[in-house]
Design a protein around this ligand. Sequence first.
Ligand code: ATP
Length: 453
Amino acid sequence: MPAKTINDIVALCKRRGFIFTGSEIYGGLGGAYDYGPYGVELMKNIRNAWWDAMVYSRNDIEGLDAALISNKLLWKYSGHESNFSDPLVECKKCGTRMRQDKMKDQTKCDNCGSTDLTAPRAYQLMMGLSIGATADGAINAYLRPETATTTYVNFKNVLDAKPHKLPFGIAQIGKAFRNEISPRGFVFRMREFEQAEMQYFVRPDEDEKYFEMWKEIRRAWWINSLGIPAEKLRFTPHEKLAHYAKAAGDIEYEFPDGFDEVEGIHNRQDFDLGSHTKAQDELNIQAKVIENKDSTVKLSYSDPQTGENFVPYVIETAMGVNRAMLAVMLEAYTEETLPDGKSRVVLKLKPWLAPVKAAVIPLARNVPELVEIANNIENELRKLHIGRIELENSGNIGKNYRRHDEIGTPVCITVDHQTQEDGTVTLRHRDTMEQERIAISDVAKRVLNIVQQ
Ligand code: ATP
């Protein structure tokens, strides 16, 4: 049974060290969270699964890691400075500030129900910075609100360094910052979050084909790599298209409160490269862009066969890594009643996503021989380089199993007195709680096998 509420996950995250409130000891800061020992591992494993599918498993996509702070002009020509805003409505009675398009009922305050609301006004979402020893502290740079734009402006750099024929893509994972009006849903809507985005550059006449292709590839990834059941996912086309889009939609996951966006797929036409290129008037740009006299580089593509020079279209896949982790945890979270009437919480994660791959537990921590055997097994497992291996040396076996069930460790290896006699250990499986006796010499092979399932 998956989690019923986000609160189940919030409690587990705090209890077991996945996610903490940012700046907690000073009362927190809205929309900022810190990731603890197991949260960093789960995030890293999700990132790795994405990078593996999008970069390592293909020969048409390159990686990039651009700066989080960027020249103001990037965000002028991308349109963010004038357009990246949400409609803000304020309740005149209780002062609550709300994002109009996310209100439960647009005529009433979400907090007090009053109908005395201000008219909506555009609220800029980018976080401005004052960089360097400026005298007046005026905003001269922005924290990026997405990775995408920092990819577009590197189009030529990447292509010059690693030539590709169209179609080809650039993938990037990294932090993004938005001054969200009302952060909510735990890590669902934050002011600092992480995106995994890929920009796929295509010939203008092939945009529709690749838009469909990426819709399918990304949906399959959520199912196969993250273990989200197909029926908990859907694709919803945008009713109102953004000014740059020819087609767009969201992959949505069914959260406890209903379906909501976890990834966007967009056909952005030639808007982005067209906006940032120099010599715009030579390039027959289709999208409506503002005139750019500041860019120093031509962001076009020369077809090696025909010699034709044009601005490629972009198909973008834009996933939120934090939302992916939330969906993965919700899906994996299971409460079970055991035959003895007790209950347990278990995180049934795909083994490669598990923060800890295996735990080694000496049954008696005051018997040095057992601890030494456990240490040796731990060292053998570390040599596999499959991720985190933990040695438990703290208390009773039942508590250890419970902890590892809750953080999703696929397998525990217990060293007991019989180990000293016959060189075998107990292998305990997380999901079935099945226990089997195997030789120490087989442990590494079995663990590797389980983790790769
Ligand atoms: P929304 O409509 O929810 O504000 P968006 O359509 O503006 O999101 P995109 O700009 O397409 O989102 O960003 C791509 C992905 O980044 C989203 O699908 C989401 O998973 C993630 N994301 C966007 N904003 C946030 C946020 N404030 N906190 C956490 N993740 C976010």
